[in-house]
Ligand binder design. Structure first.
Ligand code: PEP
Length: 251
């Protein structure tokens, strides 16, 4: 079901104590009465259970940053979807550009990760987006189309209804360069059209599509005001309590 979502991707940051404090401050700082979005934090794996415990008693929701493409077994260092489900996580980021770039994740691997998550009813937050060179060559639509087709379009309609998409132009991640609201809207509308072509108009209308890339408390309102932007995947700004809480109130 389509909903507004603000999800914080903490990446590889914070100690256990810092993570516990930040989760506590965010959970207790949410203006639950006036909140118009689902708020998700995605801390590093060792801190996921803290977030999951807070999800039991507050409006905060918990997500992981990655999952194994394998089910179980001799895969040292990997974390399975079953493990994430066993601590009741509701979301998991997949296909983040940092994983594509530094860990060489392919669209095929990302597809398998999505399958594992859906086996355990965890909502994948599927990241897609072009690098600067691709935008400069005006290839951003082809790139995003290929990422979506190769990682998502094997799903049945029912499976697809559990997907959240995050459009994250790679040139905007951690750079302070945000896509303009018009650029975000243009790509989100394109993605919705792609979904309509494969799964029908209703599925397209019902999919949450988030924007990510240097989104902060100053620009969130303008980005989220676009008809096809349903919130944000927030990196740097999600580590600052006041900034993140402001973003959650930007609808
Ligand atoms: C991200 O890593 O998903 C992200 C959007 O990062 P930032 O907000 O720091 O650009």
């Amino acid at each position: 079901m389509r909903k507004n979502i603000v999800a914080g991707n903490w990446k590889m940051n914070l100690t256990f104590q810092e993570a516990e404090d930040l989760i506590d401050e965010i959970a207790n700082g949410l203006d639950e009465e006036n909140l118009k979005c689902e708020v998700v934090v995605c801390p590093p794996a060792p801190y996921l259970e803290i977030a999951s415990d807070y999800a039991d008693v507050s409006r905060l929701r918990a997500g992981a940053q990655n999952v194994s493409e394998y089910e179980k077994g001799a895969y040292t260092g990997e974390i399975s979807a079953m493990m994430l489900a066993s601590i009741e996580l509701e979301y998991c980021i997949v296909g983040h550009s940092e994983r594509r770039r530094y860990f060489r994740e392919t669209n095929g691997q990302i597809a398998r990760k999505i399958d594992r998550l859906l086996d355990y009813s965890i909502h994948p937050i599927f990241c897609c987006g072009e690098v600067l060179e691709e935008r400069e060559q005006n290839r951003q639509f082809d790139v995003v189309k290929q990422q979506i087709e190769e990682s998502l379009f094997h799903l049945t309609s029912e499976e697809f209804s559990n997907i959240v998409i995050a459009y994250e132009p790679v040139w905007a991640i951690g750079t302070g360069k945000t896509a303009t609201p018009a650029q975000a809207q243009e790509m989100h509308a394109f993605i919705r059209k792609l979904i309509a072509g494969k799964y029908g108009e209703e599925a397209a209308r019902e999919t949450s599509i988030l924007y990510g890339g240097s989104c902060n408390a100053s620009n969130a309102k303008e980005l989220f005001a676009n008809p096809d932007v349903d919130g944000g995947l927030i990196g740097g700004a999600s580590l600052k309590k006041d900034e993140f809480l402001k973003i959650t109130m930007s609808f």
